[in-house]
Design a protein around this ligand. Structure first.
Ligand code: SF4
Ligand code: SF4
Ligand code: SF4
Ligand code: FES
Length: 949
């Protein structure tokens, strides 16, 4: 139940191009053909009373409140389900209509009396409003009739409650779950008075198929479905539009606030990426921002075994700067570095890399995108000329065939996942390339045409085989390739993929994908008018991650799938600002806009702007920093918003490197796993407590606006600025808009970006410059950014990580809807009701061979380490493959992942680890040490209310 949006025109807009003119209460109005009378009347300024209609859902016509009279027609049709016709004359306000509407409303009120005091929807209830509009205060029906007042409430969902006694059976929730979310978890059971809303097979919401997106709650016109937060806190007093801080979809959200507390999040209907939808994380899981674990004071300590000492900002910053200066004086300029985060804003990220290059005087800056999408940057830059996806999310609605590779779209990118399912229900076909049967492979409502269930680590072989079919069966778009791409590279690539050893039959034994299935999928993709590839970390986190990205670009170029809506190559970014952190120059060899630090012209631009001499050689990548720490040449690190000790592979190697540092400065919300090795802790600000921008997977730059004050007093950019000044490199920004102005001045793809324009347009997709002042929704339209596209030969090279008799299974990793990345945020919300531990999925045959039953504790050992998890026995994984998530530090998923990495970018090979699984009855040695260390560090951390020195 939400405040009536006065722009709600009752039914969705018609997309027809022809117009018709009608008269509504005597006034002429011209609207597209197919428009409902209700919408046409609203456009003419006449609001027809309604309950079951809303302009985000198709008209249903159940409440009968919206009746109208049409000249020359008998009866009183529902205006929401009746379309206008040229010359039609409609009356919306007659005495007869008023009487009819009153009668309808009296019936509603007989079962849902208007005793609204104390109801969370009071003053924001459409039933209450409509009763007033039609002039009903009470029901004439005698008390004591059969009503639903005693119906049992369902409060199982932590975030919202369902009160059947307030339900008016309008079906808006059912339609929202169907049309907006595409989950179809709700049905209307029974008829007439016995109608009732049922989740799944009449289950509590918590355990039903419901994924807690909240779309039904938003659609409900009464308090039948309502947020618990609203009941607890009351109505908000202000609204701030900002951008979700979780995944790379980048949903725009209206934070409704009362005093200094968020009451609820409402997805913004004008949001370019989400158009009014959100998932459980964005809509509900913001409670971590006020969790008791938040550190709200800066802290320092000499050794990591010492208790933390709370200090003032001045003392903490001076201490960090003194230590960094000491290390550089003792061990050299290159002995320190900094890490930016894909969870932080563009402005914060830009400032950290500036601090490193201009303040530290080296290029030792890297980002957590190193461990997820660095192959995307490299692969797409080399083939197409730009390190980013090519389309908007809505482009999928023009797609005929979707190829989804290594991306669990409904879990990792839920709002886009819903949109994709909508498109599938309209008829688009889906090809899934994934070792696991992810949700979209088969649901009751959408089914993939092909699931190429490959063996982990054989992506490139599969893609070469698809390309082989396309080329050898004459399905390639030769004209496009010759006109838009380098002919020599095209011919070389064609010869390569045509080789018999790249045929599906030759590679079947390697990939595990039946040749016939692969051929059919290749034909489907190549034969589609519009085919698009969407991919995730299942593509990049491999030793051949970059080769696979190039292979994807090759295939799309060979089939002419670039430069218009419904096509393209679309990396789905995991975290909110993966795209932005890469754009902002976080890699050790690149300035913002992906320009190499050895380019004297580019460097000169930054040098004159920043008034320093900048280093010419690339700095250290994260893995090189760890190696250098272990060999004693790298001694200090500034880490903003990133948890290396949990998210990077081979945890024991990482923690050994962090332990070797003399000064580790961590800026974060919580004492995360990395902070346990820190000497200075600087309390950061959450996405609700800062101004800035995030850039999503569509290159969409969206505003992040301060909703609340940061509990420790400073926004993250202010902390970096203080540190720079203490190091002797002056920074004097007064607001992030000035940082964005500098980014725009120094970055060709951002020259047209400003806060003023973002405020005006809501968001902007880069490139945004003189050639595209309002941004670029679709890239590579007439030519590729690099001019001619370039095909690369992508020879399949098996990973060194092989199964053996000692390690006979392949472990691959992924994520779940309710948790996010390392879980630091979502573990501190009620989302743990759905997922409170990482489990190991194992195929029934592998489980049986090892005597493992569902729920058993199992030891998972690799060449790097060993951990213990509980088993889920499931056929979602193939025999020979096991799978887990990495949201809980104690699971130690990265204790077992190895140091193998992508040949071009060092992106870790998280997706392929040879392991053995055995039944056990106690935690691993690493887990015992982890829990001891965790308890010790908690004892060393003061509680929130402490005096600073
Ligand atoms: S919360 Fe979302 S998934 Fe759950 S019933 Fe409502 S609309 Fe459907
Ligand atoms: S729960 Fe709300 S939206 Fe669903 S049928 Fe009842 S009143 Fe309508
Ligand atoms: S987590 Fe992603 S899909 Fe969910 S609301 Fe946030 S940005 Fe949108
Ligand atoms: S609003 Fe038209 S029938 Fe309900």
């Amino acid at each position: 139940m939400y405040a009536i949006d006065h722009e709600d025109l009752g039914t969705p807009a018609s997309r027809a191009s022809e117009s018709v003119t009608v008269r509504i209460d005597g006034l002429p109005v011209t609207v597209p053909a197919g428009t409902s009378i209700m919408r046409a009347a609203a456009l003419a300024g006449s609001r027809i009373p309604k309950l079951c209609a809303t302009d985000t859902l198709k008209a249903f016509g159940s409440c009968r409140l919206c009746l109208v009279e049409i000249e020359g027609r008998k009866g009183y049709p529902a205006s929401c389900t009746t379309q206008v016709a040229d010359g039609m004359s409609v009356h919306t306000r007659t005495e007869k209509l008023s009487a009819l509407r009153r009668g309808v409303m009296e019936l509603y009120v007989s079962d849902h009396p208007l005793d609204c005091d104390g109801c969370p929807a009071d003053t924001h209830c459409e039933l209450q409003d409509m009763a007033a509009v039609v002039g009903v205060r009470d029901t004439p029906y005698a008390p004591g009739g059969v009503v639903h007042a005693d119906a049992t409430r369902d409060v199982s969902n932590p975030y919202f409650a369902f009160d059947p006694s307030l339900c008016i059976a309008c079906s808006r929730c059912v339609r929202a779950c169907d049309e907006t979310q595409s989950t179809l978890a709700l049905t209307m059971e029974g008829r007439g008075f016995d109608s009732r809303i049922v989740a799944s097979q009449d289950e509590p919401f918590l355990t039903s198929e419901c994924v807690s997106c909240g779309a039904c709650v938003e659609a409900c016109p009464t308090a039948a479905l309502s947020e618990k937060s609203l009941a607890a806190a009351g109505q908000p007093d202000r609204t701030v539009t900002t951008t979700c801080g979780y995944c790379g979809v980048g949903c725009s959200l209206n934070a409704e606030v009362k005093g200094e507390a968020v009451v609820r999040m409402v997805p913004d209907r004008k949001g370019g990426a989400n158009a009014g939808h959100a998932c459980i994380k964005g809509r509900f899981a913001y409670g971590y921002t006020t969790h008791a674990d938040r550190v709200t004071t800066p802290m320092i300590r000499r050794k990591i075994t010492d208790p933390w000492l709370p200090v003032t900002w001045e003392v903490a910053i001076a201490h960090a700067a003194r230590e960094f200066k000491r290390l550089q004086a003792t061990y050299g300029r290159d002995s320190i570095g900094g890490i930016t985060s894909s969870r932080c804003s563009n402005e914060e990220t830009f400032l950290v890399q500036k601090l490193v290059r201009a303040g530290f005087g080296n290029n030792n800056v890297d980002t957590c995108a190193r461990v997820c999408h660095s192959p995307t940057g490299y692969g797409l830059k080399h083939t197409l000329g730009e390190s980013a996806g090519t389309q908007t999310f809505t482009s999928v609605m023009k797609c005929d065939v979707i190829m989804l590779i290594g991306a669990n779209v409904t879990e990792g990118h839920p709002v886009f996942g819903s949109q994709m399912k909508r498109r599938m229900r309209e008829g688009a076909r889906l090809i899934v390339v994934d070792p696991r049967a992810i949700d979209v492979v088969r649901t009751p409502h959408v089914t993939a045409s092909h699931h190429l269930q490959l063996k982990p680590g054989t992506n490139v072989a599969v893609m070469n085989a698809i390309a082989h079919v396309v080329v050898t069966e004459g399905l390639a778009k030769e004209d496009f390739a010759l006109a838009r791409c380098e002919p020599e590279s095209w011919h070389r690539w064609k010869v390569f993929v045509s080789r018999p050893d790249n045929s599906p039959e030759a590679l079947e034994g390697v990939t595990g994908v039946p040749a016939g299935e692969l051929r059919a999928a290749a034909r489907l993709y190549a034969g589609a008018p519009n085919a698009a590839i969407y991919y995730g970390l299942g593509v990049t986190e491999h030793s051949q991650g970059t080769s696979m990205v190039m292979a994807i670009a090759n295939l799309a170029m060979a089939t002419g799938n670039f430069g218009r809506e419904g096509v393209g190559v679309n990396p789905l970014r995991g975290q909110n600002n993966v795209q932005g952190s890469c754009d902002m120059g976080s890699f050790p060899h690149e300035f913002s806009g992906y320009r190499h630090c050895s380019d004297a012209t580019v460097r000169g631009l930054f040098e004159s702007h920043w008034r320093v001499t900048l280093p010419t050689e690339p700095g250290l990548r994260i893995p090189n920093m760890f190696e250098a720490a272990l060999d004693g040449s790298f001694k200090g690190m500034y880490v903003q918003g990133e948890d290396l000790a949990q998210s990077d592979p081979n945890t024991q190697h990482v923690t050994a490197a962090l332990s070797a540092l003399e000064c580790l400065v961590v800026q974060d919300l919580f004492i995360n796993e990395t902070a346990k090795y820190a000497h200075v802790f600087l309390p950061g600000s959450s996405f609700l407590e800062k101004d800035g921008t995030f850039t999503n997977a569509e290159r969409r730059i969206s505003p992040v606006r301060k909703v609340l004050n940061p509990p420790a007093g400073l926004q993250d950019w202010e902390i970096t600025q203080m540190l720079a000044n203490a190091l002797g490199y002056p920074m004097n920004y007064s607001h992030p808009r000035e940082i964005m102005a500098e980014i725009a001045e120094l970055t060709p793809t951002f020259t047209g970006v400003s806060y003023e324009k973002l405020d005006r347009l809501g968001s902007l997709q880069w490139p945004c410059n003189d050639r595209a002042p309002e941004g670029t929704p679709t890239m590579h339209v007439r030519e590729f950014v690099r001019g001619k596209g370039r095909f690369y030969v992508t020879e399949y090279v098996p990973t060194d990580e092989r199964t053996t008799s000692r390690y006979p299974l392949i472990l691959t990793t992924g994520r779940v809807l309710t948790q996010y990345n390392v879980g630091a945020q979502t573990r501190r919300t009620a989302n743990v009701a759905w997922h409170d531990e990482d489990r190991l999925e194992i195929h029934p045959s592998d489980a049986e061979a090892r005597g493992i039953a569902d729920g058993d504790w199992v030891g998972v050992a690799s060449r790097a380490g060993e951990t213990v998890l509980r088993a889920t026995v499931t056929a979602r994984v193939h025999p020979g493959v096991v799978y887990t998530t990495f949201h809980f530090p104690e699971s130690g998923a990265n204790v077992i992942t190895t140091d193998n990495s992508d040949w071009a970018t060092n992106c870790p090979e998280y997706k392929v680890t040879a392991v053995e699984v055995v039944k056990v009855d106690q935690p691993s040695e690493w887990q015992r040490r982890f829990h001891e260390d965790d308890r010790r560090q908690r004892r060393l951390t003061p509680s929130a209310d402490v005096d600073r020195v």
